[in-house]
Design a protein around this ligand. Structure first.
Ligand code: ATP
Ligand code: MG
Length: 472
């Protein structure tokens, strides 16, 4: 831990309890837990804001004689006056003991063995305090090259606190007296609006490089600053993200972009220099200074945030299509310029970009399939002939592809007009649209005199050699 942070951590704090005096912290000598108990009348957490399901779990564990705390993000969010998205519980009961207490309980996880107590759609995650000891404890821990592969050594609450990532994430709400137990200075950090790691940042990132992404995401979501010492290793240790499991990075990307704070998270990733480690393709395209692409990406993220705020559905496929579009389009244009047929060029470009991205972030096939469809439909918006227009409108991915086309408006006046034309065309009665469109065979966007939003038909676009369309 940073010297100043250690000082912070111990300031204005009650003396360590007997428990922490007895701590076995050889594995984390840089941290001195100093318990500060914040009684109910000195914090704002009310049971009214805790889910009924979480309260039931806490009370049942407590009545059975186990320690039971609300922990992590939920305590942090409640202290910030925010509504947590999920409620996690920490206890000294082992997963098997938890299972015996709850009929609606299943045990999950290998890397971290956990109990899930299920209440309809709500799942309360119950984790046993994790220890710092090596292979001699109850349970097992497996570390390879400094990275935690498996971590199931049970421990005390103090040990559990110091193995968490950020100080604001290591506070425990005690159901037995409604106090908050703060072991490592989380309250101080909330007051300072600062995200600080527990322990030495480089060591903690080496143990788990995903903590760098969590720092960026939590700083964005909670509007906290990242402490300079926590920020400093990003550039040197960022490459370690290449070794993180791509499936985990996919999950982390979902949390980042579909937690309601996607735009802020994206900007934070870029600002911290982490974007290139997670979405190298996007970072590369944006580094080329493509303003239209930036506007597409930012608008796509803002729309996603707005839809989530309104409780509407969102699909990762659309947003991933947005993030990777710049490179797909430039590559397709390059190959078309080299004489490759348009269809083939788009297919190749999509395949290459998806393959590169999936090495980092394992986007499941069902999403990459939809992304490829959204991209491949883009050049088809140029084909303004009766049959083609109607065929495109009935394509299952038409709506998503059309929304995508609208987001591309800043690419060129032609693309903007095309978007307006299709918006207008969808509002016309079918027979009117059909009558206005050329039957085919050489029909051009300018042929049908459908008044566009701007009052003029879309501009004619010149076809490139080697393909039917594909210039957009
Ligand atoms: P969110 O608001 O996104 O749920 P969170 O902090 O609750 O944020 P979770 O993934 O739900 O994130 O994790 C719950 C808690 O587990 C965290 O608050 C933290 O204490 C601990 N934790 C999560 N990931 C890590 C990690 N990689 N290393 C150490 N501790 C972690
Ligand atoms: Mg959480």
């Amino acid at each position: 831990m940073a010297p100043d942070a250690t000082t912070d951590c111990n300031q204005g704090r009650s003396r360590p309890t007997k428990d922490s005096d007895r701590l076995n912290l050889e594995a984390r000598t840089d941290i001195t837990p100093a318990l500060r108990i914040i009684p109910r009348d000195q914090h704002i957490i009310s049971r009214k804001n805790i889910s009924k399901a979480a309260l039931r779990v806490l009370y049942r564990l407590n009545e059975a004689g186990y320690a039971a705390y609300l922990v992590g993000g939920a305590v942090r969010d409640l202290l910030l006056g925010m509504q947590p998205k999920d409620f996690d519980v920490a206890t000294d009961a082992t997963p098997d003991e938890v299972k015996k207490l709850f009929r609606n309980c299943r045990l999950i996880g290998r890397r971290f063995r956990l109990a899930h107590v299920v209440f309809g759609p709500e799942i309360i995650e119950v984790a046993t305090f994790r220890g710092l000891g090596e292979e001699d404890g109850e349970g097992d821990r497996h570390i390879v090259d400094g990275r935690i592969m498996r971590d199931n050594i049970w421990g005390t609450i103090e040990e559990d606190a110091v193995r968490r990532d950020f100080r604001v994430n290591a506070m425990y709400y005690d159901i037995s007296d409604f106090s908050v137990r703060d072991y490592v200075g989380g309250m101080q950090d909330l007051d300072d609006r600062m995200l600080r790691l527990i322990g030495d940042p480089a060591t903690r990132y080496r143990e788990d490089p995903v903590r760098m992404l969590r720092a960026a995401r939590l700083a964005a979501k909670l509007e906290l600053r990242i402490d300079a010492q926590a920020l400093a290793p990003f550039q040197t240790l960022g490459p370690l993200l290449a070794e993180a499991a791509p499936a985990r990075l996919f999950d982390e990307s979902l949390k980042m972009f579909f937690g309601g704070h996607g735009l802020k998270s994206f900007r934070m990733l870029e600002k911290c220099g982490l974007l290139k480690f997670l979405f190298p393709v996007t970072a590369r395209a944006l580094e080329r200074g493509d303003d239209a692409l930036r506007s597409l990406v930012e608008q796509g993220l803002a729309n996603t945030d707005a839809r989530i705020a309104e409780g509407k559905s969102v699909t990762p496929a659309f947003l991933f299509a947005v993030l990777l579009w710049g490179e797909v389009r430039d590559l397709a244009h390059y190959w078309i310029g080299q004489g490759m047929a348009a269809n083939e060029a788009w297919e190749h470009a999509a395949g290459k970009v998806v393959a590169e991205q999936c090495q980092r972030v394992a986007i499941p096939r069902r999403f990459t399939f939809t992304m490829e469809e959204i991209w491949s439909l883009q050049p088809r918006f140029e084909q303004i002939q009766r049959k083609r227009v109607f065929r495109l409108m009935t394509h299952p991915r038409f709506r998503a592809a059309f929304d995508f086309l609208l987001l591309r408006a800043d690419e060129s006046p032609a693309v903007r007009e095309l978007g307006q034309w299709w918006a207008h065309a969808q509002q016309l009665p079918q027979d009117m649209l059909a009558a206005a469109l050329p039957a085919g065979g050489g029909g051009k966007a300018s042929d049908p005199h459908i008044p566009t939003a701007s009052g003029a038909p879309p501009r004619r676009r010149r076809r490139r050699s080697g393909g039917k369309s594909g210039s957009v």
